[in-house]
Ligand binder design. Structure first.
Ligand code: MG
Ligand code: MG
Length: 272
């Protein structure tokens, strides 16, 4: 391990299996929430559904109490990029909501996010969601044993830039994950390939592009959590936690382990 690898936690296969259990709790909770997103529901109601889902699976919400965060999920609506706090806000037809969720099983974390529209949205908003989700998958697909962390960053940026004039938020990044939700290394959503720690078996990373229809610049609201785009442009956020085994790539928070998306991108599936 070189200097750049300092602080990177390498998991055993058994620890990765525990992360898979946490990842499945997160993935199932997000699919449950996706089914509940509709006009008239409050973000606090979504939060309650998430907490019930996580606790009934025998897991613990990662976010609740994290640096004082008061809820189980983050709900970020329209121009809110990330870290929105669930509350009395009522979702309306045409809104866009990003839901970020984390769970702990036996001390091991999973972290994933989806963006869901409330009914039909304009084509540009559909495109925003699609480019953000696909950029996440391109980033994961760019990770190979022996490569480096910013191979992911570069692939995310390349995909977004090729789709047109979207804003790539730089103030927040993906991250290492394992016995804590946020660990070294950072996984930026932009930059040159070939830098940062080496990608080795037992490393686990959360890849999470945050993309807007306008600026890359963000502000923090007075609640000290909610991140918004400075120009009011709408944002999308997708995230998965993944690892690389000697067999291939394993997306720990995807219900199918990422097998379908990875095969479409020509990447070997490494799940158990
Ligand atoms: Mg997250
Ligand atoms: Mg994360």
């Amino acid at each position: 391990m070189g200097l750049l690898d300092r602080g990177v936690e390498i998991k055993t296969p058994e620890q990765i299996d525990a992360m898979r259990r946490a990842g499945l709790v997160v993935g199932r909770t997000l699919e449950l929430l996706r089914g509940h997103v509709r006009a008239g529901i409050t973000t606090a109601e979504l939060d309650g559904i998430a907490e019930d889902s996580i606790r009934s699976a025998g897991a613990t919400p990662s976010f609740l109490g994290y640096h004082g965060f008061p809820a189980t999920i983050c709900t970020s609506v329209n121009d809110e990029v990330v870290h929105g706090i669930p509350g009395e806000r009522v979702l309306a037809e045409g809104d866009l909501v990003s839901i970020d969720c984390g769970a702990i099983v036996d001390g091991w974390h999973g972290d994933s996010a989806i963006t869901v529209s409330v009914g039909p949205v304009p084509a540009e908003v559909e495109a925003l969601m699609a480019v953000t989700e696909q950029a996440m998958w391109r980033g994961i697909a760019a990770a190979h044993l022996g490569g480096r962390v910013t191979d992911i960053s570069h692939a995310v940026e390349q995909h977004v830039r090729a789709q047109g004039g979207f804003g790539i938020v730089e103030d927040y990044t993906g991250h290492g994950i394992g016995s804590a939700m946020h660990q070294p290394p950072d996984v930026p959503n932009f930059g040159r390939a070939g830098k940062g720690p080496r990608l080795v078996p037992g490393l686990a990373l959360a890849v999470e592009p945050m993309i807007t229809l306008g600026t890359q610049e963000t502000d923090l609201l007075a609640d000290d959590w909610t991140v918004v785009s400075t120009d009011g442009s709408w944002a999308a956020h997708f995230e998965h936690t993944f690892t690389i085994t000697p067999e291939g790539t394993w997306v720990l928070t995807a219900l199918d382990g990422g097998e379908q998306q990875l095969s479409e991108l020509g990447v070997k599936f490494g799940g158990r």
